[in-house]
Design a protein around this ligand. Structure first.
Ligand code: GLC
Length: 737
C-alpha cells in the first residue's frame, strides 16, 4: 500500500505542489494586487473568452467568464438614482417589487449648490443604492456643457462652466466608487444636444474643445478616478465618439492615462475596425436606439463579437488590442464585482432621504425677492399673514421622477410641492391645476378630463379671492421638454403658463413663482412678479425642500450653474445660424468657440435675465475690499487674494464667493473673465470672515492652437470677486511677469 508520503513525493516530482493544489489561484485571491490578478486571469482565458468580455449579453449586463468564475458586469442608469430593473432583452420594465429607489435631485441642482461637500454625500448615498441593487457600474454622472437652453438633457448635467462642473463632479465620483461601484462619466464628448444625437458630426476649435468641453471629463478621470467612461452617440471631427482615435486613444488613454473601461452609449458602436482599434472596450446596446426599440438578441452580431474574433484570428486586428481591452475590463471587475472588501450598500433609508433633501435645499436658487407694495418681501413666507394661500400649477402635483428618458426613476416616495406646502400650512392651502401639459389633460385620479381654457379661467377666478398665490410651473419630462431624445422647440414656458401668470397678475399681484426645470425659460412676466424661485427636479424630497426654503426654515444659498438669457437669440449657440445649432443634420460647427454662457454675455455685453452664479439669500452679504499679497507673479509662484465678507442681515446664511480671472490684453481672444475658484461659507448675523484664494499660473493659461498646449502670456490680469458673474463686489489686478 503506497504511503501518503509516496504520493507527496511523486506529486512533487511531477511539479505538482500539493500546497498549490489547496492554494487559491491568484486571480481569485483578494490579497493579491489587482495587476497580478489580471495577469493570472488572462493566462487562463481563451481567445474566445477574452473577446466575449467586450460585449453585452443583455440590455444592461456584459459577459463574465463562467468557466473561471469571473462574474458578469451589471450596469444601471442613472445619475440621480438607480433605475428600476429592465428586462433581459427589451427596454420594458421587469416589474420587480423591490427596486423602488430614492430619487436624488437632478445634477443641475447638485451643481447649483456650488458645494463640493454636497457632491461627496450625494455620490456616497446614490452609490450605496447602486451597491444594494448589486450594480457594478452606475451609468453617470453626466458633465456635458450647457451650450444651448434647448438641449433636452441639460437637467442631467452640471451647467455651462468647465471649472464648476470639474469641481462638482470629482467628489460625486469618489463617493459612488467608495461603495465598490464604478461610475461611468458621460457622454464623452460633445453631446450637447439631443437633435440628431446619433450621428451629428461636431466640428469645433482645439481651444473650445480643451477650454470648454474636455475639462470636466479630464477632472472626472484624472482627479475623480472614474473607473469607466461612456462614449457619446455623436461624431467628433468625422469619427463616432464611441470609437474615436483622438478622444479615446490620444487624449483619454494617452494624455490622461485612463486605466478604466470605455463603454459605448447604447447603440453607439458602428464599425468593427474602428471599435477594434480606436479605444472602445465594452460594446452595449448595439442595434437599439438607446431608448425604446432594438433588434432582438443581436448580441452575436455585435461589432466586437464574431467579426472581431474572426479579425483577431486572421490577423486583421492585433492581439495586443484585445489584451488591452480584456485587461481594462478585468480591472473593472476586480475593482467591483470581485472586490470582496466593498461595503454592502443600503436602499431608501432615512439617511438617503436626508441627503436628497439637503442637496435640494442647498441647490434651490432664489432668483428674485423684491419688496412688494411697501409690505416688505413676500419670502420667507409667514403663514400667519395669510388666510388662504392658493397653489396653482400642474408641477405642484405632477410626478417629475417619471419620464425624461434613461434617467427615469421608479421611486418609493416623491413629496410634491403641494404636499410640502400642505404639511406647513394645513388647510390654508387651496389648489387648482391652472394649466395642464396635455392638450386635454386627463386626471387619472378623478377620471376627469379638462380643457385648458376652463383650467385657466378657474385659476383666475380663485386667485381673485386668495391672499397669496404660489404658482408652481416650469418644464417637465415630456418629449420636447426636459427629456432625452429630443430638444425643446423654444425657450418659452409651455402649456400656456406665461399667459396664465399674466392673467393671474391682473387679479392679484401677490404671487410667488416657483419654476421646476433643468433649463432656462423665458419670463415675459418677470418685472411684475416680486418673488421667483428656481427649483430643479428635486427628487423624493422635492416638496419638503421647496416648503422649507419658501418658509425660511432653510435660507436659500443656491447659485445658477448656467445663464438665463432674456431670449433665445441672446444665447451664443443661437447666434450663428442653423449650422451652429442644431446643425445641418449631418454636421454642426460650434461657431461661438470658447464664448459659451456668461463668457458670451460678458464679452458681447448682452445682459442675461439672470446671470451665471446668481442667487439671492434671505440675508445680505457685504464684501470688503479685495487685496493681494503681491503685485507681481512669476513662474511657479502663487498669488493670494483675500476679501472680508460680512453677514449684515438678520438671519444666518450661506454665500458663494466667486473668483473670476481676466487677462486685460492677450494675443488671442479671451473671455472678459472666467471662473477659477469659489468658496461657500456660512455666516451668522453680524459675523465677518476673510476668504482667501490662491491662484497659480495654471489658472491664467489659455489653450494655444499653435503650441497645442496650455500657455500663459505675461501681462496684467484682473481678479473679480463677486456674488455672481455680474455682481462683482471688488476687483484687484496684478502683473504676470
Ligand atoms: C441612453 C443614454 C445613456 C444611458 C444609456 C442606457 O441612450 O444616452 O445616458 O445611460 O442609453 O440607458
Amino acid at each position: 500500500m503506497k504511503t501518503k508520503l509516496f504520493y507527496v513525493v511523486m506529486g512533487l516530482a511531477l511539479g505538482l505542489n500539493p500546497l498549490k493544489a489547496q492554494q487559491t489561484p491568484a486571480y481569485l485571491d483578494d490579497t493579491q494586487p489587482i495587476e497580478v490578478r489580471i495577469k493570472d486571469a488572462l493566462s487562463r482565458m481563451t481567445l474566445e473568452e477574452k473577446v466575449k468580455l467586450c460585449t453585452a449579453q443583455s440590455k444592461f449586463s456584459s459577459h463574465g467568464v463562467p468557466r473561471l468564475g469571473i462574474p458578469e458586469i451589471w450596469m444601471s442608469d442613472g445619475p440621480h438614482g438607480v433605475r428600476e430593473e429592465i428586462l433581459w432583452d427589451s427596454w420594458g420594465n421587469a416589474e420587480w417589487t423591490n427596486d423602488s429607489c430614492t430619487a436624488f435631485p437632478a445634477l443641475t441642482c447638485l451643481a447649483a449648490t456650488w458645494n463640493p461637500q454636497m457632491s461627496a454625500i450625494y455620490g456616497k448615498a446614490v452609490g450605496e443604492e447602486a451597491r444594494y441593487r448589486r450594480k457594478d457600474i452606475l451609468l453617470g454622472p453626466g458633465v456635458n456643457i450647457y451650450r444651448t437652453p434647448l438641449n433636452g438633457r441639460n437637467f442631467e448635467y452640471m451647467g455651462e462652466d468647465p471649472f464648476l462642473s470639474s469641481t462638482m463632479v470629482v467628489p460625486y465620483i469618489k463617493g459612488v466608487q467608495s461603495n465598490g461601484v464604478a461610475t461611468c462619466v458621460k457622454h464623452y464628448a460633445l453631446n450637447n444636444q439631443e437633435a440628431w444625437r446619433g450621428h451629428i458630426d461636431v466640428e469645433l476649435s482645439d481651444r473650445a474643445l480643451n477650454e470648454i468641453y474636455l475639462p470636466a471629463f479630464k477632472a472626472a478621470i484624472v482627479e475623480g478616478g472614474s473607473w469607466s467612461i461612456m462614449g457619446s452617440y455623436n461624431k467628433v471631427r468625422g469619427e463616432h465618439a464611441c470609437h474615436n482615435d483622438l478622444l479615446l486613444n490620444k487624449i483619454l488613454k494617452g494624455e490622461w492615462k485612463f486605466d478604466g473601461c470605455v463603454v459605448t452609449d447604447w447603440g453607439g458602436a458602428h464599425d468593427t475596425k474602428e471599435a477594434a482599434l480606436n479605444g472602445l472596450d465594452i460594446e452595449m446596446g448595439s442595434y437599439t436606439n438607446g431608448l425604446s426599440s432594438g433588434k432582438n438578441f443581436a448580441y452575436d452580431n455585435y461589432y466586437l463579437a464574431s467579426d472581431y474574433l474572426k479579425g483577431i484570428k486572421d490577423g486583421t486586428y492585433p492581439l495586443s488590442g484585445l489584451e488591452d481591452k480584456a485587461t481594462r475590463i478585468l480591472r473593472l471587475i476586480f475593482r467591483t464585482a470581485m472586490n470582496s472588501k466593498r461595503p454592502w450598500g443600503s436602499f431608501t433609508t432615512e439617511a438617503h432621504y436626508d441627503v436628497a433633501r439637503t442637496v435640494a435645499e442647498e441647490g434651490i436658487v432664489l432668483l428674485k425677492n423684491e419688496a412688494y407694495k411697501k409690505k416688505g418681501t413676500i419670502l420667507p413666507l409667514d403663514g400667519n399673514k395669510y388666510r388662504t394661500i392658493l397653489v396653482v400649477g400642474e408641477n405642484a402635483t405632477r410626478r417629475l421622477t417619471e419620464g425624461g428618458g434613461s434617467s427615469v426613476l421608479k421611486v418609493k416616495k416623491e413629496v410634491s410641492p403641494l404636499t410640502g406646502l400642505q404639511t406647513k400650512f394645513g388647510d390654508k392651502i387651496k389648489y387648482t391645476l391652472g394649466y395642464a401639459s396635455g392638450s386635454a389633460a386627463y386626471d387619472s385620479e378623478n377620471e376627469a378630463t379638462y380643457n385648458t381654457d376652463s383650467l385657466h379661467a378657474e385659476a383666475v377666478k380663485q386667485a381673485a379671492d386668495a391672499d397669496l398665490i404660489v404658482f408652481v410651473g416650469g418644464l417637465n419630462k415630456n418629449h420636447f421638454q426636459d427629456s432625452e431624445g429630443a430638444d425643446r422647440k423654444s425657450m418659452a414656458l409651455p402649456f400656456g403658463q406665461s399667459e396664465l401668470i399674466n392673467d393671474l397678475l391682473k387679479v392679484n399681484k401677490n404671487i410667488v413663482v416657483v419654476l421646476l426645470s433643468g433649463n432656462a425659460v423665458e419670463m415675459p412676466w418677470v418685472k411684475n412678479i416680486p418673488s421667483i424661485l428656481q427649483a430643479w427636479y428635486l427628487g423624493s424630497e422635492s416638496g419638503n425642500a421647496i416648503a422649507n426654503v419658501l418658509t425660511g426654515e432653510v435660507n436659500p444659498s443656491g447659485k445658477l450653474p448656467f445663464s438665463f438669457p432674456v431670449k433665445l437669440a441672446d444665447n451664443a449657440a443661437h447666434s450663428f445660424g442653423t449650422i451652429s445649432y442644431p446643425g445641418d443634420s449631418i454636421k454642426e460647427i460650434y461657431k461661438e468657440d470658447i464664448l459659451v454662457g456668461y463668457r458670451w454675455h460678458d464679452t458681447k455685453k448682452i445682459p442675461a435675465l439672470f446671470p451665471f452664479g446668481h442667487g439671492l439669500s434671505y440675508t445680505q452679504f457685504k464684501y470688503g475690499k479685495a487685496a493681494t499679497d503681491k503685485n507681481n507673479l512669476s513662474g511657479a509662484e502663487e498669488i493670494t487674494v483675500s476679501v472680508p465678507v460680512k453677514n449684515i442681515g438678520s438671519v444666518k446664511g450661506k454665500e458663494v464667493i466667486q473668483l473670476y480671472v481676466g487677462e486685460e490684453k492677450c494675443s488671442v481672444l479671451r473671455p472678459l473673465k472666467e471662473l477659477k475658484s469659489f468658496q461657500k461659507i456660512e455666516l451668522a448675523p453680524g459675523e465677518e470672515q476673510t476668504v482667501s484664494f490662491k491662484i497659480g499660473v495654471g489658472a491664467l493659461k489659455f489653450y494655444s492652437e499653435t503650441a497645442h498646449d496650455w500657455v500663459s502670456e505675461p501681462g496684467r490680469f484682473k481678479l473679480y470677486i463677486g456674488s455672481s458673474s455680474t455682481d462683482i463686489r471688488s476687483t484687484v489686478s496684478f502683473i504676470l511677469n
